[in-house]
Design a protein around this ligand. Structure first.
Ligand code: GLA
Length: 502
């Protein structure tokens, strides 16, 4: 099942943890069919941890727990496939899974073949219990182990979900996390990059858990590419500790990211209200858009995150998250969405919650977004409109501070002001359209904004590593406290990894 768009389906973990059995999965399959979830694209059914016997068989292969799965996994696989769905399974790169079951360390080839013989289409390879190797960094050790699976899985047509990055995320230093994120796309199709999303009934704020993973996903837009998806973890529709608006928001935000949409819910218990948003074809089309771009930030302040996403055929999506505690409205100009406004140009703006379309010439008014709710629009320019240029904030992926236009250029908390808004041209210039139409440029060892000339000092490249490399100096944009400098590029230094509008 090597699909070109992000996977959609069901995984039991966040809802059931180890309380699984055959019926949990057959019930999920039946409900996915009867509710229409399968038919809108939720096709993958994955068994997470705790499915296996604690011991391998006499020939060394993994086998299922016969008490939990009396008919066996081959039977369950058939059940899933007969319902025109795909079968996913969980294992671990280390010696034991996170739940203490047999891991696949040193058994990669054998376990992959076993899974293939059961008709497995998708493997989630977790990263618990990976032993450190003396004289080698853990990042290198994980790389070597995950790399080994790379030649094995594609010939078996098994999608590879890598959990390695989740073992490097932290709030002190992201260098190793960035390094892991730079190699996971080479080996697999998706990567779980941050903390576990709150499990059902867990203590603590579930909304905070959703926001934490959303926040880490925002730092990784540059990594996503066709055939590789950043995975901010499960959609937890039905969690009683999230309001309905929060649940809708999670779905709209994940769809804006073209993230995997993997439901960890008791599917038969989902209500009409849940199903209404989970089967919203406009949101699913956003997620499964052929360009599979991740939305990036136009702006961020205490109250709102405003995101734009480039879609196929010149469309753009606008997503507005109300982070505040009360209902609020926001107007976003189409210029901020990257469009050039002109006399003969108009835009069809579809509200993806109501399905209503209106014609707009210069702005979108998002009125009455509930607390923790998300407004989401698809914008289709009429034929007369010029191509857009992506625009938004440039921020350091570690400090989360925004780069501001001025002389010198500076770094500060993002606050949605015009001097933190940049446009990226195809030639590689970075323009501050609302701060004197000036271009980001290098002058000696300083970074400034000055009249645009397209000189090499004003040309920048940006790639998966996250560096903004200046053409004239071959050096990297670097944040130092509240200042922005140009300095020798290091190896995924926190100070040099930036996210830009895409
Ligand atoms: C880790 C993963 C979870 C789940 C559990 C299973 O915590 O991040 O998604 O797979 O292990 O034990």
């Amino acid at each position: 099942m090597l699909s070109p768009t992000p996977p959609m389906g069901f995984n039991d973990w966040a809802r059931f943890e180890c309380a699984i059995n055959q019926t949990v999965f057959t019930d999920a399959v039946d409900a996915m069919v009867s509710t229409g979830l399968r038919d809108v694209g939720f096709k993958l059914v994955t068994i997470d941890d705790c499915w296996s016997d604690h011991n391998r068989t006499s020939n060394g292969s993994l086998t299922w727990d016969t008490k939990l799965f009396p008919n066996g996994l081959l039977w369950l696989s058939d059940y899933i496939h007969k319902n025109k769905m795909d079968f996913g399974i969980y294992s671990d790169a280390g010696t034991l899974t996170c739940g203490g079951y047999q891991g696949s360390y040193d058994h990669d080839e054998m376990d992959a073949k076993t899974f293939a013989s059961w008709g497995v289409d998708y493997l989630k390879l977790d990263g618990c219990n990976v032993d450190s190797v003396p004289g080698q960094s853990d990042e290198e050790t994980y790389r070597q182990i995950y790399e080994r699976w790379h030649p094995i899985l594609p010939p078996l047509n098994i999608t590879f979900s890598e959990s390695a990055p989740a073992y490097f995320v932290n709030d002190k230093n992201l260098t190793d996390w960035y390094k892991v994120m730079s190699w996971v796309p080479k080996y697999g199709q998706l990567a779980r990059h941050s903390y576990d999303i709150a499990t059902y009934g867990s203590k603590g704020s579930v909304w905070e858990s959703v926001m934490t993973n959303y926040g880490y996903n925002l730092r990784l837009a540059r990594v996503q590419q066709k055939g590789f998806y950043n995975d901010p973890d499960f959609i937890i529709a039905g969690d009683p500790n999230l309001t309905m608006d929060e649940q809708r928001s999670q779905f709209a935000l994940w769809s804006s990211f073209s993230a995997p949409l993997i439901l960890s819910s008791d599917i038969p218990a989902l209500t009409k209200e849940h199903l209404a948003f989970l089967t919203n074809r406009d949101l699913i089309a956003l997620d499964q858009d052929p360009l599979v771009k991740q939305a990036t930030l136009i702006s961020q302040d205490e109250d709102f995150d405003v995101l734009a996403k480039t879609l196929a055929k010149g469309d753009r999506a606008l997503t507005i998250l109300n982070k505040g505690g009360s209902t609020a409205s926001l107007t976003v100009t189409l210029e901020k969405l990257g469009f050039h406004l002109g006399q003969h140009c108009a835009y069809h703006v579809k509200d993806l919650w109501t399905g209503k379309t209106s014609l707009q010439a210069n702005k979108i008014v998002a009125s009455s977004i509930p607390s923790h709710g998300t407004a989401v629009y698809r914008v289709t320019p009429t034929a007369q409109c010029k191509q857009f240029l992506p625009g938004g904030q440039i921020f350091n992926a570690f400090s989360l501070n925004c780069v501001g236009a001025g002389n010198p250029v500076w770094s500060a908390k993002c606050n949605a002001t015009d001097d933190q808004f940049w446009k990226i041209s195809p030639q590689g210039t970075i323009l501050a359209p609302f701060a004197g139409n000036a271009c980001l440029s290098v002058k000696g060892s300083s970074v400034v904004t000055e009249n645009c000339t397209s000189a090499p000092e004003q040309i920048w490249t940006h790639g998966v590593a996250g560096y903004l490399v200046n053409k004239a100096t071959k050096q990297c944009l670097t944040e130092k406290n509240s200042s922005i400098r140009i300095a020798k590029c290091g190896d995924e230094l926190d100070s040099q990894v930036f996210e830009i509008p895409l």
